[in-house]
Design a protein around this ligand. Sequence first.
Ligand code: NAD
Length: 437
Amino acid sequence: MRLVMIGSGYVGLVTGACLADFGHMVSCVDKDASRVETLRRGAMPIYEPGLETIAAHNVRDGRLSFTTDLTGSVKGADAVFIAVGTPSRRGDGHADLSYVYQAAREIAMALQGDTIVVTKSTVPVGTGDEVECIVRETRQGSAFSVVSNPEFLREGSAVQDFKHPDRIVVGVQDERARAVMTEIYRPLFLNKSPILFTSRRSAELIKYASNAFLAMKVTFINEIADLCEKVDADVREVALGLGADNRIGPKFLHPGPGFGGSCFPKDTVALVKTAQDHNSPVRLIETTIAINEVRKRAMARRIIYAAGGNVRGKRIAIFGLTFKPNTDDMREAPSISIIQALQDAGAHVSAYDPKGMDQARELWPDVSFHASPYEAAENASAICILTEWEQFRALDLQRLEKIVAQPVLVDLRNVYSEEEVKRFGFAYSAIGSRSRT
Ligand code: NAD
């Protein structure tokens, strides 16, 4: 099939490359000419494990190409995917749909024949109806369909997630669109990945409900972790016992500094706004957002406390800046609020992240960035593990103890155990146990 991906970001690129790998002819379009130029040179504008290899392979075989030419690509395509950003709208938190609607207008101008327009971006319920109206205004009488096909991949394991999804959700209104979508995903169908056909509106809501539930689950264990600290229980043991219940499951029961990233923060707020507009408030999610917001600055207070209570003029080393490991994405990372709060308290922040420092440099001209965790830790009054990158799981604690000003480790991801850290002379503060210094 001839497919077009409008938007070549984290979702569009991974989806485009993987669909090409299934054997489709895919054209990835982006309006950002420098991004397209980078892709054409064979480089990746984002860091995502495995993406470069799969893209190179499919470019070489002639199934994947990159362009700024939306009109030329859309002509004659079997399906056009909209995979542009839907950030929070400035001021009110609703999803900003301007990129989606702009893409829809541009697609409408270029459409020929009976193309399927597929919304892959995360969009509020009812957006598909609006996209359909936009296309119809320009293409009266043509046979097109608008489908909702939300994406559930996770940055850091996106290629694997796309190829082995828990489910594929497709919201369709007609049989022809259903047949085209079945053909597009046939390789996954054969792999026994469940394809769930729903109404378009249900598909749109499934995506928000899923993200909101996960955000709520992680917020739940964060609060249980706080309680563990007060009552001398250990959240690792509690999470193990809790997650062993099949009705609950062990995933998303790892406490940390609060959820962040390019999806959960904006999608929870957008769901709250949609629900309020329909006079059907989702109070659990409203509370989840409020708890999470407060938590991030509380983490900074925890670091300050561990460092002795006053960090003015002192150096605090931050290991890990991205919202999760294996991505370079800094959008809404908890590190943003935490570093701000540390700086507000007068600390000098030195940082290291394996992939996120290019994006991070744009955020903080006054943070010093280093080539290794050891350089970042020099003379620090506390080290804080903020993102659980693999390389922070085997730090040379003996070496670190010699170079810091004060051996204090604040482990906001519970990577270490108290015993192994204390052996090297460190005071240790983890989440959800009485180990606080
Ligand atoms: P992104 O910001 O990384 O990429 C969006 C791209 O679209 C940009 O490169 C931008 O230049 C391009 N673009 C915008 N308007 C365009 C137009 N009219 N024509 C051509 N290109 C255009 O965004 P992302 O992280 O890939 O997210 C895309 C959507 O997928 C969002 O709705 C997001 O909520 C959803 N989503 C994201 C993830 C994730 O992990 N990032 C996971 C699931 C769903």
